[in-house]
Ligand binder design. Structure first.
Ligand SMILES: [Cu+2]
Length: 816
């Protein structure tokens, strides 16, 4: 067994959804020499034309309450005074209106908050719940109308503000409150960001902090002391003096059965490589709702199919021989943690085993770009062929903003809103699991991408900063990548046969695409988030799921809820659902939504009136109100979903973009279920709403821990059933798939087949295919005598150096 996975010498590092405490301790202790600058990919043999981008920064969100009687009026005055300088006007500097906060800005906000003595702030690291601490700082985007006036009409640059989440645990009535802090970069005011009426985030809805995980870890170790011998005898692992044979845990959510509760089921696992797949058979329910950890108690214990009232009861019955015990085999048969190449690797390990019938031992093909990248990166903006867009990493996930093609805006925002995984199981933790990942910091777990594996060697890698559950901005190297690659099929091609053994011409366009990629590693699972830009004005979003499955202890009854993946392991059935917000602006902000369908007509054949003619016709449907344009999963979604402008193309058709969804999602939770309120967006593969500043996000960091009464309820966006014709429209898209684990999910879920997403495709938007502007086209003409004539617009390539840069991977993230 190697030790690389062992976290920082902790005797019992908390696991998965749970592991934050030790992980937090690791922050600031880089394990090697850091590469902390953003790195531009490309061929080392060729000078790179582009400038490297400064780090992308980011951070958090929230909502809160402290009954602070602050100088709100003074705040507003300052805000007005801060109405900023005139913009310098270049696309790059203008796009900084969307930029994540820099380290300097994050620190300025932190210092400003700490200077407000009335907040009585303490370090987020202070080992207590009863404290006031800053949980999250991130960009608070200005209102869309302000930004558009700035971008399009040369009006004033909007004030730059931060969104701050403060946990007020030291108050008589602990609460969570969100603030806007500005103006940046030198904050002078803060004002509370009021929740929607009746939707204040409850104290118990706050995400679990790394300190709470430390306290939970301690509480679990204390509570399970009576089980020390039991653990040793049944697993060979324990919580005490365990050296390399320690237990860890995965906690699941929701944390209880009703609003106001905070009691979590914990799956105990052996802390080995890929510990998510090593449950011990023991699960515990711990109430940690009190701010006083002395009040925390284990309420129930489940072991191998039976419930016990306490660890003591299980220990007692075990001693009396009344427990149906499963003794786990030793996962470390010989070396006991020492590296021993002769030991077979754990089934949960990535180490190669087995053989192909035709072994492949060399390096595979790879991407090269001998002439350097075709895109330009300017700060948080990418310019590529006809495309330009900006991007940022919000705490909820990646957002692309101000997406333009040919100088025309197509979408103001396309962004990840949420990713959930809804499970079934026979064990209490398995049946309780409904992960709502924004509550686990979905946009903040953007760990390092490996060149040549996660992104091509030619990619440009960008760093990120997150201020989430920390006292300092944390620097995440190579958190995003941008790269260009050839399409797997030609964008267009035609062989024009002369039907006499030859051709009139051949023409083809290889087609390149630009990809913006990041990942979210939410404990066991990894999501790979792609935004893909094609030269013909098509944009695609795609998410792949990979990483370890969420798994529980095998019992025969568990087979109703999943697949046996190993001796003591069930991979539980679950559904992945991801939600996106697509704020389309198709030839302006005034759009309508309509669908086209095929409808069969049955008429008399006009040229043979004794016959019938059955043929497809076009049927257009207009949608006037939000309710009408909210499509339930139980109904068939029309195939042509069009966002149209009143402006027309040369042939009299409305200029439009088509939304094309690639998904295998289905509705999982019935709307009658109380906790379904947290994910009401998951009722609709598509809902179209009128733009509202109060409806920018369909979920929140609080929905996970109070799904019964969450502060953000998507369904309420539809309640006023607004008029949606000739308005600024937003499409909300749910994609996903059912995942029934199978043996090939060991060691990890693989990406092929596990991707879903959608495309935005021009539909009568351009006068012709805009990829005609590409100079990549090749046309071949036959000649009567002599070789064929090859017509091209880019000279043929010369030979060049193809070696990529040596592989490097640092893997650390640390405060700056
Ligand atoms: Cu899955």
């Amino acid at each position: 067994m190697e030790q690389r996975w062992q976290l920082h010498g902790s005797p019992a590092a908390p696991g998965r959804r749970g592991g934050a405490s030790e992980e937090a301790a690791s922050v600031g202790k880089p394990r090697g020499h850091g590469t902390w600058q953003s790195q531009l990919g490309g061929n080392p043999c060729v000078p790179i034309k582009q400038l490297t981008s400064p780090p992308l920064h980011s951070r958090a969100m929230g909502r809160e309450t402290l009954a602070l009687g602050w100088a709100v009026a003074a705040t507003l005055m300052l805000q007005a005074l801060a109405m900023a300088e005139h913009s310098p006007g270049t696309p790059h500097s203008k796009a900084s209106v969307f930029a994540d906060l820099s380290a300097h800005e994050l620190k300025a906000v932190r210092s400003f908050l700490w200077s407000r003595k009335e907040l009585r702030l303490q370090s987020s690291r202070a080992l207590t719940i009863t404290k006031n601490s800053v949980f999250l700082i991130e960009t608070l985007l200005p209102k869309k109308q302000q930004v558009l006036k700035f971008l399009d009409n040369h009006q004033r640059r909007p004030i730059r503000e931060a969104r701050v989440v403060v946990f007020f645990g030291a108050q008589e009535h602990p609460n969570v409150t969100e603030f806007a802090v500005g103006p940046l970069p030198q904050p002078q005011y803060m004002r509370e960001l009021p929740p929607r009426p009746g939707h204040r985030a409850s104290w118990t809805s706050r995400p679990i902090s790394s300190v709470e995980y430390s306290l939970l870890n301690h509480a679990l170790q204390e509570a399970t002391k009576p089980l020390h011998q039991f653990f040793l005898a049944t697993t060979g692992f324990s919580f005490h003096n365990c050296h390399l044979q320690c237990l860890t845990f995965t906690d699941v959510a929701p944390r209880g059965l009703a609003s106001g509760e905070r009691r979590s089921w914990f799956i105990l696992q052996r802390y080995v490589e890929g510990y998510f797949l090593h449950p011990t058979g023991l699960e515990l329910l711990l109430d940690h709702s009190s701010t006083n950890t002395q009040d925390w108690t284990v309420e129930q214990v489940w072991y191998n199919g039976k419930f016990y009232r306490s660890p003591e009861e299980l220990a007692r019955k075990y001693k009396k021989g009344e427990v149906d015990v499963v003794v786990l085999e030793d996962p470390l048969p010989k070396g006991k943690g020492a590296e021993n190449m002769k030991d077979p690797p754990l089934f949960s390990s990535y180490k190669p085993r087995g053989d192909f019938s035709s072994p492949i031992t060399g390096h595979g093909p790879r991407l090269v770009q001998p002439q350097g990248p075709g895109y330009k990166l300017q700060g948080n903006t990418v310019l590529y062929g006809g495309w330009s867009f900006s991007f940022r990493l919000r705490s909820s996930g990646l957002q692309v903003l101000n997406v333009q093609f040919g100088g025309e805006r197509i979408a103001y925002e396309v962004s990840v809103q949420e990713a959930v995984a809804l499970y079934g199981g026979h064990t209490p933790a398995g049946s309780q699991t409904k992960y709502i990942d924004v509550g686990w910091g979905l946009g903040t777990v953007t760990h390092e991408l490996a060149p040549g594996i996660d992104c091509p060697n030619t990619a440009t890698f960008l760093d990120a900063l997150h201020y989430y559950d920390t006292d300092d901005p944390i620097h995440y190297p190579r958190a995003l990548c941008v790269f260009e690659m050839p399409m797997q099929v030609p964008l267009r091609r035609h062989f024009n046969s002369n039907f006499s053994g030859g051709f009139n011409f051949y023409a083809g366009l290889q087609g390149q695409v630009l990809v913006l990629r990041t990942t979210s590693t939410v404990y066991n699972y990894d999501y790979i988030w792609d935004f893909i830009f094609y030269p013909n004005g098509v944009m695609e979003t795609k998410v792949h799921a990979t990483g370890y499955v969420h798994a529980t202890f095998y019992t025969p009854e568990g087979l109703r809820y999943g697949t046996r993946l190993h001796t003591h392991l069930i991979g539980n059935i679950h559904t992945h659902l991801m939600h996106y917000r697509v704020d389309l602006d198709v030839a302006g902000t005034k759009n309508s939504f309509q669908t086209l369908r095929m409808k069969l007509e049955n008429i008399t054949n006009p040229w043979s009136r004794t016959h019938h003619l059955v043929q497809p016709t076009l049927e257009q449907t207009r949608y006037l109100r939000e309710r009408q344009a909210a499509f339930h999963f139980r109904h068939t979604l029309p195939k042509y979903l069009l966002f149209t402008s009143p402006k027309k193309n040369a042939w009299g058709h409305q200029r439009s973009y088509r939304l094309q969804i690639h998904s295998m999602a289905d509705q999982v939770l019935p709307p009658s279920l109380q906790e379904e309120r947290a994910v009401t967006w998951a009722r609709y593969p598509l809902a179209v709403t009128k733009y509202r500043e109060s409806e920018l996000y369909s979920s929140s960091i609080y929905n996970q821990n109070d799904p019964w009464d969450p502060p953000v309820v998507f369904e309420e966006f539809l309640r006023n059933n607004e008029y949606i014709e000739d308005e600024d429209l937003v499409a909300w898209v749910t994609v996903g798939f059912l995942h029934i684990p199978h043996s090939e999910d060991i060691p990890n879920t693989a990406t092929p087949g596990n991707s879903v997403g959608f495309l935005l495709r021009p539909f009568n938007f351009f006068p012709e295919d805009p990829s005609l502007a590409s100079r990549d086209t090749v046309i071949v003409w036959p000649r009567d005598d002599g070789p064929n004539y090859v017509e091209r617009w880019i000279p043929e390539e010369e030979e060049s150096c193809l070696m990529p840069a040596p592989f490097s991977y640092n893997g650390t993230y640390r405060p700056v």
